[in-house]
Design a protein around this ligand. Structure first.
Ligand SMILES: Cc1cc2nc3c(=O)[nH]c(=O)nc-3n(C[C@H](O)[C@H](O)[C@H](O)COP(=O)(O)OP(=O)(O)OC[C@H]3O[C@@H](n4cnc5c(N)ncnc54)[C@H](O)[C@@H]3O)c2cc1C
Length: 388
C-alpha cells in the first residue's frame, strides 16, 4: 500500500486466508466497495489456509448445529466449482472408520440420520473390498458419505480472490494491519506502516492472530497451536488403489481416540497427505519459523496408520501448520461487543475450511447490515457452554 495513501471503503477485510477470501468474494457480489488487506503474500504458509487439499463432509460427528452452515457451504463450493476453469473440488466420497461406538462413527451416523445426509454403513470386509488400500480390523466399521469432497485449498482461495477483484474488490498484500480503531462516529480507521484507510465496517479474518485485535473479547479464548502434517509415499504396486476414484478422503479413530485424517494421492509423482487432528498440538509461535515435524511425531503417526494403510511408506516429508483452537473446538463468528463496526470469524479449531463459503457469505451480510442467511448464534462468543 502506498506510504501516504488514505482512502475510504465501505468494508475492509483484514486477513486473506480462506475466510477473508470468501468474504471478499461475497462483498464484491453485493456491489460493496471493498478492500482486502493481507500481511503476507498470496501463497504464504504462515496461517492455516495454504497447501493442497482439505476435506468437506456433512455427516458431522462434531454435531448437528454445523449442518445448516455446511449445507450452505456445500452449495457455495459447487457454485465456485462451476464458476472457474480449474478443478477446485473432487467428489471422492468420505470414509469414517472406527469402532461402532466411537465418537467418529456413532457421531457421524447420528448427525446423518437426524439431518438427512446420505451414507452407507460398511463392515471391515466391505471397506477393504471397495477401497483396497484400507485394511481395517474386524471390530471396526465404516461410514461412507458419497457426497464428501476433496477441496483444493490454494486454488479455491485464489479463485475467490480473483473473482472478487473481477467484481471490483481491491487487494493489498504485504500490508500488515497494526490497529483497527473507531474513527468518526460512523467509521473505523485501519492503520498499517505508513498508511491509513477509513471504512464503514472492518471484517477481521486474521485466524490465529485475532486475539491481537480483540484482546479482551477473544484473546483469552483463542489458542493458536502448531500441528504437523505428513506426506507418505505409496509403494508402486499399490499406486492405483490410492487414486481419488478408489481412495476417499478419510478419518480414522483409533482405540485411544486419536483421530487421523487423510487424502488420496492426487498427482502420480506425489504422496499421500495425512495427519492427526487431535494429537501433536503444541502452542504456536505465530511470528517464528514453522518447525517441521519431529522424528517422534513422525513415528507416532506411523504407528497409528501402518496397519490401516499397508501400501504406504513413511518419509521425511512434512510441514507444520496452525490450528486456532477455541475452548470447545467450535468457531467464533459475530459482531464485536466493544467495536460494533467490527465483525469477525476465527477459532476454526482445525475444521473451518469447508465452511468458508457459508461463513464468507454471513460475514458479508453482517458487514453490510443484512440478516445472516444462516443462524450463527451457536457460534457466538457468548454461547453458554464454553468451558471457563
Ligand atoms: C494441516 C491442516 C489441515 C486442515 N484440514 C482441514 C480439512 O480437511 N477440512 C477443514 O474444513 N478444515 C481443515 N483445516 C482447518 C482450516 O484450514 C482452517 O480452519 C482455515 O484455513 C482457517 O482460515 P482463516 O482464514 O480463518 O485463517 P488463516 O488461513 O490463518 O488466515 C488468516 C490470515 O490473516 C492474516 N493476518 C494476520 N494478521 C494480520 C495483520 N495484522 N494484517 C493483515 N493480515 C493479517 C494472516 O497472514 C493470514 O493470511 C486444516 C488446517 C490445517 C492447519
Amino acid at each position: 500500500m502506498a506510504a501516504t495513501a488514505r482512502s475510504t471503503y465501505d468494508v475492509v477485510v483484514v486477513g486473506l486466508g480462506i475466510m477473508g477470501a470468501a468474504t471478499l468474494f461475497h462483498l464484491s457480489r453485493l456491489g460493496v466497495r471493498a478492500l482486502g488487506v493481507e500481511a503476507h503474500g498470496p501463497l504464504h504458509g504462515w496461517g492455516s489456509s495454504h497447501g493442497q487439499t482439505r476435506i468437506f463432509r456433512r455427516a458431522y460427528w462434531e454435531g448437528d448445529q454445523y449442518v445448516p452452515l455446511l449445507n450452505r457451504s456445500y452449495a457455495g463450493w459447487l457454485e465456485l466449482a462451476d464458476a472457474v476453469s480449474e478443478t477446485i473440488a473432487v467428489r471422492t466420497g468420505g470414509l469414517f472408520v472406527g469402532s461402532p461406538d466411537s465418537r467418529l462413527v456413532h457421531g457421524s451416523q447420528g448427525t446423518a440420520d437426524r439431518c438427512g445426509i446420505g451414507y452407507e454403513r460398511l463392515s471391515a470386509g466391505e471397506i477393504t473390498h471397495r477401497f483396497p488400500a484400507f485394511h481395517v480390523r474386524d471390530n471396526a466399521v465404516g461410514l461412507y458419505e458419497p457426497d464428501a469432497l476433496m477441496l483444493f485449498a490454494d486454488r479455491a482461495r485464489l479463485h475467490y480472490l480473483s473473482l472478487a477483484v473481477d467484481a471490483g474488490a481491491q487487494l493489498s498484500y504485504g500490508s500488515a494491519v497494526r490497529s483497527v480503531e473507531p474513527g468518526s462516529p460512523d467509521s473505523v480507521t485501519v492503520t498499517g506502516a505508513g498508511w491509513q484507510v477509513d471504512c464503514g465496517t472492518v471484517v477481521l479474518t486474521t485466524g490465529g492472530w485475532i486475539g491481537r485485535f480483540l484482546p479482551d473479547e477473544l484473546g483469552p479464548l483463542v489458542r493458536p497451536m502448531r500441528i504437523p502434517v505428513f506426506e507418505l509415499d505409496v509403494a508402486e504396486p499399490h499406486a492405483r488403489d490410492h487414486a481419488p476414484d478408489r481412495f476417499p478422503v478419510f478419518l480414522f479413530e483409533d482405540a485411544e481416540g486419536a483421530l487421523v485424517y487423510g487424502f488420496p494421492r492426487w498427482r502420480s509423482d506425489g504422496g499421500l497427505r495425512i495427519g492427526f487432528h487431535n494429537r501433536q498440538l503444541s502452542p504456536a509461535d505465530l511470528d517464528g519459523p514453522r518447525r517441521p515435524p519431529t522424528d517422534p511425531e513422525r513415528r507416532e503417526l506411523w504407528r497409528t496408520v501402518e496397519s490401516l494403510l499397508p501400501g504406504v511408506r513413511s518419509t521425511g516429508r512434512g510441514a507444520s501448520c496452525i490450528y486456532t483452537m477455541s475452548p470447545d473446538e467450535s468457531f467464533f463468528i459475530g459482531r464485536s461487543q466493544q467495536q460494533p463496526r467490527v465483525v469477525y470469524a476465527s477459532a476454526c479449531s482445525g475444521h473451518g475450511f469447508k465452511f468458508a463459503p457459508g461463513i464468507g457469505e454471513i460475514l458479508a451480510q453482517l458487514a453490510t447490515g443484512g440478516d445472516p442467511a444462516v443462524d450463527v448464534s451457536a457460534f457466538s462468543v457468548t454461547r453458554g457452554r464454553l468451558p471457563a
